[in-house]
Design a protein around this ligand. Structure first.
Ligand code: HEC
Length: 423
């Protein structure tokens, strides 16, 4: 049998011999219980303060109370052994008198000098939801042998990964609560554990992304007869993992001005009567025959809000027919008129005549011949039409000053004119 196996057997067989008295755990409580009522700071009773290790070792009026390694000459031990302390019948029980003796004879240390085979205790901790924590596990093996770790969680919502001594604790996404986690350390002859609680503190989760079900650009023609018609906006539901109810907030603007809140709903659709556009959209544009309204939407859970994905919806509203008086009638031929004003800044109106219902495209080019902005007009009714260009590109970016061409195109008609944007 080699030496190290022998010493393991020795350790195993004589564990009690190794259990050194621990001052903090075993001795101090005796003094707190039986002595500190009198032997407190200030040391009035014989000048001895028994409330801490350092004051105990400082001794009292008679000098040192403890002689390390020598219980027979330690005044404190003598006085509890002969029963004179405490000075009442409330004596220290024999087993504790023996414990104090053993402690003195082991050297009267504040901390045990002999280490144990053990895992270093892990404190409880809290982390916010959707975050993780990494810990390095430590253990002491008296023989200096390798220690292996193992970790278990009481709760499956906490994922645990252990690579050698590195423990990563990662709660499942959006989960909060707590788990009791036990870390084990095993040496060749021993196993020890540390139990700790990991608390995952709830954090509000923003509503999930959501999308338009409405086409990106659309056109409506308001006439005297269709004021009760509605234009519908529609979107997909935004889910909230915390189970909060979602409020959708609709924002709108006319042209490039900043959007204002126009409606709140918990539904995923909103119908806007044409008459509303006449009142609200054209409120500041009393003579305009057309306007473009941009919509965006936010989903709000009471704490966080998320903007709808994939950009604004754009609605081109033509109310030429609504404004037209009957005598104006229907033009007898296609025409593209000079824009007004010209030169212009920041916007200009482009008028054109359609003698019959048709699909038309009005395209604006820069002087390099590049397309800057396109207005698609599906099934536009016959009449005197107009659109307003606010000098922005298809991407809604303001364009540079300069000369631009505008071209109207239908199946039967193409015409191009020039205009000047000043800055
Ligand atoms: C009811 C009060 C009281 C309690 C409880 C008490 N003592 Fe005392 N102790 C005294 C007084 C008073 C003296 C000083 C007179 C004397 O030496 O008898 C004293 C003196 C001592 C002395 C001598 C100090 C010196 O340097 O002269 C020691 C040692 C001592 N006590 C230890 C203890 C211990 C240990 C306990 C608890 C197990 C204890 N006492 C509990 C009142 C108390």
């Amino acid at each position: 049998m080699n030496r190290s196996i022998l010493s393991i057997l020795f350790l195993l067989g004589h564990t009690p011999a190794f259990s050194q008295v621990d001052y903090k755990v075993q001795i101090e409580p005796i003094f707190y219980d039986k002595c500190s009522a009198c032997h407190t700071s200030g040391g009035s009773s014989g000048g001895l303060d028994l409330t801490s290790y350092s004051t105990l070792m400082a001794g009292g009026n008679s000098g040192a109370s403890i002689i390390a390694g020598d219980n027979q000459n330690s005044l404190l031990w003598k006085r509890i052994n002969d029963g004179s302390m405490p000075p009442s019948s409330n004596d220290v029980i024999t087993s504790n008198v023996e414990l104090v003796k053993k402690w003195i004879n082991e050297g009267a240390l504040e901390k045990p000098s002999i280490q144990k085979n053990e895992i270093t205790q892990i404190d409880n901790f809290s982390i916010p939801e959707d975050s993780m924590k990494t810990l390095i596990l430590e253990a002491n093996d008296l023989l200096g042998n390798a220690v292996t770790f193992e970790v278990k969680s009481s709760n499956q919502n906490i994922n645990i990964s252990l690579v050698s001594d590195t423990l990563t604790i990662k709660p499942k996404s959006d989960w909060n609560g707590f788990a009791t986690i036990t870390a084990y350390a095993s040496g060749s002859t021993w196993r020890d554990s540390s139990i700790f609680i990991a608390t995952v503190v709830p954090v509000n989760d923003a509503p999930k992304p959501f999308f338009w079900n409405t086409v990106k650009s659309d056109t409506i023609n308001i006439t005297k007869d269709n004021l009760t018609s509605t234009y519908g906006l529609e979107w997909t539901e935004s889910v909230d993992v915390d189970g909060d109810s979602i409020l959708y907030i609709l924002f709108a603007s006319t042209g490039p001005s900043s959007k204002v809140e126009v409606y709140r709903t918990s539904n995923t659709t909103h119908l806007i009567p044409y008459s509303d556009f006449l009142q609200k959209t054209f409120e500041q544009l009393s003579v305009a025959t057309s306007a473009t309204v941009y919509f965006t939407l936010s989903a709000y859970d009471g704490t966080d809000s998320v903007k709808i994905s994939r950009g604004d919806r754009e609605l081109y509203i033509n109310r030429y027919e609504y404004l037209s008086v009957d005598s104006q009638g229907i033009p007898d031929k296609f025409a593209l008129h000079d824009n007004y004003p010209n030169p212009f800044n920041p916007s200009t109106q482009i008028r054109f005549d359609l003698p019959k219902m048709t699909s038309a495209t009005l395209t604006i080019y820069n002087m390099l011949g590049q397309k800057v902005k396109t207005f698609y007009m599906q099934n536009t009714p016959a009449g005197y039409q107009s659109i307003t260009w606010n000098a922005t590109s298809d991407l809604d970016v303001p364009v540079a000053a300069g000369v631009y061409l505008y071209q109207l195109q239908t199946e039967e008609f193409v015409k191009t004119k020039k205009m000047i944007l000043l800055k």
